[in-house]
Design a protein around this ligand. Structure first.
Ligand SMILES: [Zn+2]
Length: 206
């Protein structure tokens, strides 16, 4: 792509670093911003800057939060003895949308994926295992996407907590193999939490 302006080219190059944004889309977005009052660009840049500067993670569940303890963990009506293990904030949002889960979450921050250089140490697995060892959790619900990475992560955690006094279940029917959790519809996802099954029987069915 030949640019008549170095400034424009720089902006397009930065924008096209974002996932799913090719050079053409980046150019369209940048030209759109140029047509808008300058204030629009400033609001966007400020929002991104403030987010990066002040972003915080809940000290209990590791979800993105503006406070030390997120709204879910701080809510006395949520059952801290049932913990749903998810990959990231998008899964928390998807499950919260179903209004069918009243426990708490544990946000891993990703899935074990050697291809992408993500090992167990990059995720919040230690923190989860420590919470289980404290003995306050009765049930862990594995709610990772049923992809190879999701299954590997579930199994790794399952092995880490084997022998400890906790029930492990996994979300049930309705979530197809290979589906990403965030794309499941609310009713299907809600049902799959209610109808969860013991984790060990999910291993046998594979
Ligand atoms: Zn939290």
């Amino acid at each position: 792509m030949d640019f008549s302006s170095k400034l424009l080219e720089n902006a397009v190059n930065e924008m096209s670093q974002l996932p799913g944004i090719g050079k053409r889309t980046a150019l369209r977005l940048v030209l759109h911003l140029l047509k808008q009052p300058q204030q629009h660009t400033e609001l966007l840049v400020n929002a991104l800057h403030t987010m990066r500067d002040q972003i915080n993670f809940c000290r209990n569940c590791h979800n993105i939060s503006d406070t030390q303890l997120c709204e879910i963990c701080a809510n006395p009506n949520r059952d801290a003895s049932i913990v749903c293990v998810v990959e990231d904030i998008r899964d928390v949002m998807a499950i919260e949308n179903t209004s069918r889960f009243k426990g708490q979450y544990h946000v891993l921050g990703g899935k074990i994926s050697p291809m992408d250089g993500v090992g167990p140490g990059e995720l919040t697995i230690n923190s989860l295992v420590n919470k289980v060892k404290e003995g306050t959790i009765d049930e862990l619900i594995f709610a990772l996407s049923s992809t190879m990475e999701g299954d590997t992560t579930n199994f790794y955690i399952f092995k880490q907590i084997e022998g400890l006094d906790v029930i492990t279940t996994t979300i049930a029917r309705g979530i197809s193999v290979g589906d990403e959790l965030e794309y499941a519809d609310e009713i299907t996802l809600g049902r799959s939490i209610i109808n969860r099954i013991p984790f060990e029987s999910s291993l046998k069915s594979n």
